[in-house]
Ligand binder design. Structure first.
Ligand code: 13P
Length: 251
């Protein structure tokens, strides 16, 4: 089965209700069909964005999920609750969750499991820090992060999940991995999966994230193992985000 491009916007903790409405309306009006477009929005705006995306090709995503199912976990939001709000995709293990909130590989794997239990598609984020890249640990870190999930849920769960490679040093810094650097890590991730199951490796969608902008998207998306992007800052502006979506072609 041929892979499809995905372009996902991660709004992070930005915007207000009126911005969420305007941004969504502009995106649904012009989203191209060369890519699956996903909007990962703050919890309070999920249902508003869901309603604006209804009967369009644009899908709804959340940015986090609890590793718990139900119960006395004040402030947490479960996978079932996200499903109730019309969420289809959820970011798991974003580097800001790992590095700012201390989420371990094991916790991320548990969140991945909860997402699939609830019928959500996890977008599993992987990536190394600058220090790790400079000490040649990129492959080690990315494979450790991936293995934690494979050990918890089995490789089969990755066939329908989405993986996002986001080098931490490229997030919000304006420093983008070069198309060659990104392609090399994507190929490595696919090869890691192929060691376990070649057909799952072939099907897996692997996005690049980290300072993707309208002017570098096409070069990044041209990599044979790069199946689209996870976009932060540039997803807050409809024209920039749509230009990135349009940088995809049919796979
Ligand atoms: P930027 O596009 O702002 O670098 O953020 C990338 C990111 O973290 C998306 O999840």
């Amino acid at each position: 089965m041929a892979r499809q491009y995905i372009v996902a916007g991660n709004w992070k903790m930005n915007g207000r209700l009126d911005m969420a409405q305007q941004l969504t309306a502009s995106i649904v009006a012009a989203a191209p069909d060369s890519a699956k477009v996903i909007l990962c929005v703050p919890y309070p705006y999920l249902t508003t964005v869901r309603d604006l995306c209804a009967k369009t090709s644009v899908a709804l995503g959340a940015q986090n999920i609890s590793e718990q199912k139900d119960g006395a976990f004040t402030g947490e939001v479960s996978g079932e609750m996200l499903r109730d709000c019309g969420v289809e995709y959820v970011l798991v293990g974003h580097s800001e969750r790992r590095n700012v909130y201390g989420e371990s590989d094991e916790l991320v794997a548990e969140k991945f499991a909860r997402a699939t239990d609830a019928g959500l598609t996890p977008i599993l984020c992987l990536g190394e820090t600058l220090e790790e890249r400079e000490s040649d640990k990129t492959d080690l870190v990315v494979s450790r992060q991936l293995q934690a999930v494979v050990s918890r849920v089995g490789v089969g769960a990755l066939a329908t999940a989405v993986i996002a490679y986001e080098p931490v040093w490229a997030i919000g810094t304006g420093l983008t991995a070069s198309p060659e650097q990104a392609q090399a890590v994507h190929a490595f991730i696919r090869a890691q999966l192929a060691q376990i199951d070649a057909s799952i490796a072939e099907q897996a969608t692997i996005l690049y994230g980290g300072s993707v902008k309208a002017d570098n998207a096409a070069a990044l998306f041209a990599g044979p193992d790069i199946d689209g992007g996870l976009i932060g800052g540039a997803s807050l502006d409809a024209d920039s985000f749509l230009a990135i979506c349009q940088a995809t072609t049919k796979k």
